[in-house]
Design a protein around this ligand. Structure first.
Ligand code: NAP
Length: 345
């Protein structure tokens, strides 16, 4: 039987991608959408300024937007996908979990909390079991699971592939991030056209901490963070979707570029409806991946990589992922699929 699901923050950049992915989903039945009090009570068509490349699904267009409050969400909804601003997520997500909902969230609040699993199913699906510790400690009937920041998701699968084969010592990464990563009201056209902005508030810290938690190991009680030294520099550029990243990975042993590329090509993909196979597509062409050409690989859920070069400490390469699909909405849906597979909903 299909799991009844809802979307919190359904009118935003990530919320619209969640609608796009959930409407045709084989295992999830979209039963409610929420947004701010200004949107509540309106039809979804009226409340959402729809900006993606398909029509609003008819049944969703006619749904009434609800308040983002446990009292306004139907009891028979099991799983909530959250794409709320982090300040709002911080205020409402714990109450929803206390009320019994399982929340698969994009918002950055609580991603590094000790008892909140931060998960990319292909990389650390076993960390979901930390939810048992969370429910014990917080006394919740529901549960809170996070996916990482979009720039972190882009590089971590490639780093996991290298770490498993060769051991990862250190990472340096410089990003070229699309404007949709800032949400619909994030960056004005006057700021970004003909420009690049070498600052995205808080993004570097997110990449440096979240990557180490994701690459860490779960011992049944807590997550031991990976001890690799990770340093990031984040830049906004005028692409619409797709974050491109230049990565320098220092590895424990001597590794050729061919061996590094093979480790990524062969990195396994679990059998979940939204997980692409292969997870990482490796290009031979030195000038790929590129955002406009490559962000829709694997229906926007694949990570692409290329441009491998040997360095004194390991390898340098470039990687790319679609920030609102693999980096946000698709990541939450995939986590929802993992929750369903493991019996949490
Ligand atoms: P966005 O376009 O600004 O959308 C925000 C959504 O939250 C809208 O639906 C908005 O509803 C709703 N909202 C705002 N204030 C609210 C309140 N007080 N109560 C209830 N709902 C409220 O933002 P976004 O880019 O989709 O990002 C959403 C979250 O995902 C953020 O935490 C962001 O950091 C994270 N994220 C984004 C990306 C990305 O690539 N964009 C990637 C990874 C993670 P109204 O329309 O009614 O205002």
């Amino acid at each position: 039987m299909a799991v009844r699901v809802g979307v919190l923050g359904a009118t935003g950049a990530v919320g619209q991608r969640l609608i796009q992915l959930l409407d045709p989903h084989p295992d999830f039945d979209l039963a409610c959408v929420t947004a701010s009090d200004e949107s509540a009570g309106k039809s979804y068509r009226e409340a959402a300024k729809w900006r993606i490349e398909m029509a609003i699904p008819d049944d969703v267009a006619e749904m009434t937007v609800r308040r983002t409050d446990a009292d306004d969400i139907p009891d028979d909804v099991d799983l909530l996908f959250s794409s709320l601003p982090s300040s709002v997520g911080e205020a409402v997500e714990p109450g929803l979990c206390e009320a019994g909902y399982v929340v698969s969230s994009n918002s950055s609040n609580d991603r590094t909390a000790d008892d909140v699993p931060l998960v990319i199913p292909e990389v650390n699906g076993d960390h979901v079991d930390l939810l048992e510790v969370q429910q014990d400690e917080r006394g919740w009937d529901g549960a809170l699971l996070k996916n990482p920041n979009c720039s972190t998701i882009t590089m971590v699968p490639t780093l996991a592939a290298l770490d498993r084969e060769f051991g990862l010592d250190a990472v340096r990464v410089s990003t070229l991030q699309a404007v949709s990563g800032a949400g619909y009201s994030g960056v004005s056209s006057m700021e970004i056209i003909d420009n690049a902005i070498p600052h995205i508030g808080g993004e570097e810290e997110k990449m440096e901490t979240e990557a180490r938690k994701l690459l860490g190991s779960f011992d049944g009680a807590e997550v031991q963070w990976h001890d690799a030294d990770v340093a990031a520099s984040c830049n906004r550029i005028p692409t619409l979707d797709g974050h491109l990243e230049n990565v320098w990975a220092d590895l424990s042993g001597d590794v050729s570029t061919g061996e590094a590329a093979d480790a990524m090509r062969e990195f396994p993909s679990p059998d979940l409806p939204s997980s692409p196979d292969p997870l990482i597509h490796v290009f031979e062409e030195p000038d790929r991946p590129q955002p406009r050409l490559d962000r829709m690989h694997g229906d926007g859920m694949a990570v692409t990589a290329g441009g491998f070069r040997e360095t004194s400490g390991g390898v340098q390469y470039n990687c790319l992922a679609h920030n609102t699909l693999r980096g946000a909405a698709g990541a939450s849906v995939l986590n929802g699929e993992l929750l369903a597979e493991k019996g949490w909903v």
